[in-house]
Design a protein around this ligand. Sequence first.
Ligand code: CA
Length: 235
Amino acid sequence: MNDKVLVIEDEPTLLETLTYNLKRQGYDVIAVADGKAGIEAARTELPDLLILDLMLPGVDGIEVCRVLRQEMTIPILMLTAKADEIDKIVGLEVGADDYMTKPFSMRELMARVKAMLRRERLIREELAAQDVPTPNQRYTFGNLVIDEARHEVRINGSPLRLKPKEYELLHFLARQQGIVVSRDLILERVWGWDFDGGSRTVDVHIRWLREKVELDPSNPIRIVTVRGIGYRFEG
Ligand code: CA
């Protein structure tokens, strides 16, 4: 299946050129001219990569980036007209993975797109490889022990009362120790593809888990929030 690229760009000529060239490289392309439609397209089409113009009418590129970052992990390549906008992209931690200043060479853009998609694929493969379960392992993180054989979590030797989903969530996060996992990935692995609820479900369960595994749940050090992306289990 071809990688799907969403392009949000309000300059008709550039949008057309980008679409043409991306299609020639074998990508499926969704072309959208404003931010609001772009967010909708990202939600419904779930593209593999986003090329996003910074200055857009209505909802601008920064806002699009912020909204989508909270909902999905997707590589974002920002296009900016002015070099001083780069400070905004980087400085405000908007969350773009890469950026290009207009005017740019189409060849260079294609190379970046290819590299970003390859990097994303490697991360996914690495995650998948790490997620091959070895049965009945015991994971120890300081005073916290996850015992697969007994389906049990203990702190200082005392079993915690965890709901099944809390156990599965902690178990999944612990197996990805040190790696940022997105809410989408957590939903997919812990709740399954057919789950209807949104990513709020993940946040709520994280909060419950923190009440049980953190010394100070309001200042978590085991399950940390990675802003705009998801969570990381530190150990
Ligand atoms: Ca523009």
